[in-house]
Design a protein around this ligand. Structure first.
Ligand code: FMN
Length: 303
């Protein structure tokens, strides 16, 4: 009998829904036992978010300061850990980075094979690089990564995802699609559970290499790599400024957040389209380096 532990933090329940679909084929496998455990911050985060609450978690998310989380109710040993996380400001969400830096994570995950499952807007590359460090710091072994991103083009989700986070509304409106991951993509994620069922039967979790390759687990959008790099650099600068301005939710911090929001709006309306145009022009000359970066960031699972 193999024991699989699914750990996750989800605010709206979307990521939990993805994990339920992934795990569904394993529920018919009498050789596998799956336990779900929710990571719960001691001080809950709001959902939907108010504007200032949303940006107040920005610096701490970027620097992965984490938050304190409740002790998990398990002392069991598991053969495989599935870690579901969402991305906050190009970083693993605060409850996840808090949990991974806790003693209980070290006890539970040390020397264990881990599959990460991400459901986010569409910018997850930097977060997963940070995740690799967090996992390696506690001696866990990342063997696969499954990523589901919100439906619609980046330009649309730049509106639909924040609208959903700030109002709780997911419906389609005007020419914008529904917010969140497409239902179809969520349903089709059960293919990963099917693959896991046969891989676990062959003890593949104990070997080197991926159990979920050739299943479209992680598809990197090459056009977003440069954007993520630039945004991450800028996030670090602004995070420092916002932290220097005051403690979370202080007046000083909220003033700098207001300035940042205006800066971000101007940036999105001017620099971002210009940057997209320049990258389109130079893309044919950077084909090989982009293809290599896409391949590298898609590891360990690949397309
Ligand atoms: C504070 C905050 C910051 C976010 N930043 C990002 C981001 O940088 N990249 C991204 O792709 N999605 C981002 N998202 C969207 C989340 O990754 C995720 O899709 C959303 O929170 C829904 O997940 P859940 O309801 O299952 O928790 C952010 C969401 C929140 C609340």
């Amino acid at each position: 009998m193999k024991k699989v532990l699914v750990l996750y933090y989800s605010q709206s329940g979307q990521l939990k829904q993805v994990l339920d679909h992934i795990i569904s084929p394993l529920e018919f496998d009498d050789q596998v036992q799956c336990d779900f455990l929710k990571i719960t911050p001691l001080k809950p985060y709001p959902y939907p978010w108010k504007f200032y609450e949303f940006f107040n978690v920005f610096p701490e998310s970027v620097f992965m300061h984490g938050c304190e989380v409740e002790e998990l109710a398990t002392a069991d040993e598991y053969d495989l850990i599935i870690l579901g996380y969402t991305v906050w400001f190009l970083s693993p969400s605060l409850p996840i980075s808090g949990f991974l830096q806790s003693k209980q994570a070290q006890k539970l995950l040390k020397n264990k094979p881990v599959i990460t499952v991400i459901a986010c807007r569409d910018m997850w590359i930097m977060a997963q690089e940070k995740m690799k460090h967090l996992l390696s710091d506690i001696g866990a072994r990342l063997i696969d990564n499954v990523v589901l991103t919100d439906q619609g083009k980046s330009l649309y989700t730049f509106v639909t995802t924040p609208r959903w986070m700030l109002t709780g509304k997911k419906d389609a409106f005007w020419f914008f699609p529904k917010a969140g991951v497409a239902e179809n993509d969520i349903e089709e994620s059960s293919r990963f559970g099917l693959a896991l069922s046969s891989a676990l039967a062959e003890d593949k979790e104990q070997q080197e290499g991926s159990m979920l390759n050739n299943l479209g687990a992680a598809n990197v959008n090459g056009k977003l790599i440069a954007t993520e790099h630039i945004a991450h650099r800028s996030f670090r600068i602004w995070s420092r400024l916002i932290q220097k301005a005051g403690a979370p939710n202080s007046q000083g911090r909220n003033v700098v957040i207001s300035i940042y929001a205006v800066f971000l709006f101007i940036l999105v309306c001017t620099v971002v389209p210009l940057n997209m145009l320049i990258r389109k022009i130079i893309a044919p000359f950077r084909k090989e380096s982009i293809a290599k970066a896409v391949h590298d960031y898609e590891q360990p699972s690949g397309r």
